[in-house]
Design a protein around this ligand. Structure first.
Ligand SMILES: [Zn+2]
Length: 148
């Protein structure tokens, strides 16, 4: 819940930022020129406005991309950035060792994110695994030999 609220808050902040930029564009850019009695449109007929709208669109799309990318690498519980990437698998020995993937972990041990670098069936979602609250139970399970 907190994870999605943070994402929505980022999107709302980005929307507010770009609403302000749009208001600034309307305030500072000159209106399109009049051609006889016909007022030219902003997009497609006025070079300044068309260029500004293209740059505005690219910046908005880039911001949305960065918001989604940042959200992907955050802990689902505490929202901290995931750390310590560990590569596993191999590109040249994919059938023997496994597909290449990167595993990130929350610095406070809330969970692990496994990102596959090879997608055979289209885009496969990220694999987020929550850790148990008691880390000693997992370690004792590993030493007893019943690890998953
Ligand atoms: Zn965490």
């Amino acid at each position: 819940m907190k994870y999605w609220l943070f994402f929505i808050a980022k999107l709302v902040a980005a929307a507010a930022l770009f609403a302000g930029i749009w208001a600034g564009m309307e305030a500072f850019l000159p209106e399109p020129a009049m051609f006889r009695d016909f007022k030219l449109g902003r997009f497609g007929q006025d070079l300044t406005w068309t260029t500004a709208i293209f740059v505005y669109f690219l910046a908005a799309a880039g911001t949305l991309y960065l918001a989604v990318l940042d959200q992907r690498y955050r802990c689902r519980t505490c929202l901290r950035r995931l750390r310590m990437p560990v590569n596993s698998g191999a590109w040249d020995k994919m059938l023997r060792i496994g597909t290449p993937q990167v595993e990130y972990i929350c610095p406070f041990g809330h969970g692990t994110l496994n990102i596959k670098l090879v997608h055979f069936n289209g885009h496969e979602g990220d694999n987020w695994r929550e850790h148990d609250d008691n880390i000693w139970r997992e370690l004792e399970g590993l030493s007893a030999g019943d690890h998953k």
